[in-house]
Design a protein around this ligand. Sequence first.
Ligand code: KG4
Ligand code: ZN
Length: 337
Amino acid sequence: MPTILAIESSCDETSAAVCRNEIILSNIIADQKVHSQYGGVVPELASRAHMQNIVPVVEAALSGADCRLEDMDAIAFTQAPGLIGSLLVGAQFAKSLALGMQKPLLAVHHMQAHVVANLIGTSKPQFPLLCLTVSGGHTQIVLARSPTKMEVIGNTIDDAAGEAFDKAAKMLGLPYPGGPLIDRYARQGLPDRFRFAQPQVPGLDFSFSGLKTSILYFLQKELKTNPDFISQNLADLCASVQHTIVTILLKKLQAASLQTGIRQVCLAGGVSANSGLRQRFTALGTELGWNTYIPAFEYCTDNAAMIALTAYYKYLQSDFSPLSVAPTARAIWPETV
Ligand code: KG4
Ligand code: ZN
């Protein structure tokens, strides 16, 4: 019955969680407001904020789980991918704890953990499954044969879906991160009012850079004749941008299901908080006879609970890491996955 403390610090959320077996006992997330004034995550500031947050966040995770450090059977952390300065803070903290407490160390792949977030809770998908992982840094379709055996079968060739949301939001004058704001305004707008480019990329890969350019050119043209075009049409613009991004994502997911014959289909990553994506994903699943799964909101965005659960599956296979293990900004997939 292992109890595991996990730390996630790959980008701009400092998070710690405790799990016992497959049960998440606590999941504390401190997000970093400092970046919003810069229009994106500033790596140097993220590392500093992790340094400030990590002790109180770990303490809160332990007390939330009603545990002491001595009760832990292993220490887990996000090893890759992510911002290297951010990863180093979590990695070094986890390694120090493992060394000091003489506990095994578990290095976890962040993208594997996003998929595993679907296994938190009572309604679990069966394997094999497909997972559309959509975040600020990644857009992937993953074929998972088990919690530890996964393969990426589709990937973005340029921007990630979250980046497309955030860049479109920036063009519309919305602050960073703009994805949730586009979602909010889109609820009052018409999704088919404006048409934007949908890229033609072969296979299961994605592209969002053409969409970005198409929005930019469209806005430049309209603003020439009406400087208030954006404010007068904000809801319809947001709804149309969101509709286009969701259409691009779901087309490829449908193709992946057709190609593999897999009908256990999951969402993961920060963009899976998007209400338009959630609604259309669920509706498509009903239409095509899929069993669909979306993690609870706190497990969609970056969180240590997903790291803890992934670490639990690695623990069962005694897949421990030496103290010399180093975080890496990029991660080759699959390595140990
Ligand atoms: O997974 P995540 O928390 O962090 C990583 O990028 O790893 O994802 C953050 C991304 C941001 O681009 C943010 O704008 C987007 O997820 N996002 C959303 C929504 N909530 C978060 N995009 C659209 N609609 C949302 N409701
Ligand atoms: Zn993430």
